[in-house]
Ligand binder design. Sequence first.
Ligand SMILES: [Zn+2]
Length: 85
Amino acid sequence: MSTPWKTRLQILDLEADARIEVECKTCGFFRYEEAAHWQQDSQSRQLFLDEFEAGLKCHKWGCGKPVRIALPSNVETEGFQGGLA
Ligand SMILES: [Zn+2]
């Protein structure tokens, strides 16, 4: 399944209260990242979500493998099709 939203959305496009779901591809360790936290960083906020995903690693001790990110369904593709209101 393609996920083009990851290449179109930047951290700064997310709602300030959005939580990004982060799941390890290897061990399945699951956590959330707060969008607001990353939006405060002038460099991180400009990352597209696929770049953001590539820069994250599993937080489980001894793992540190690549992760997959997802957004809560109401934040995902829909609202961004037509550009900004
Ligand atoms: Zn892991």
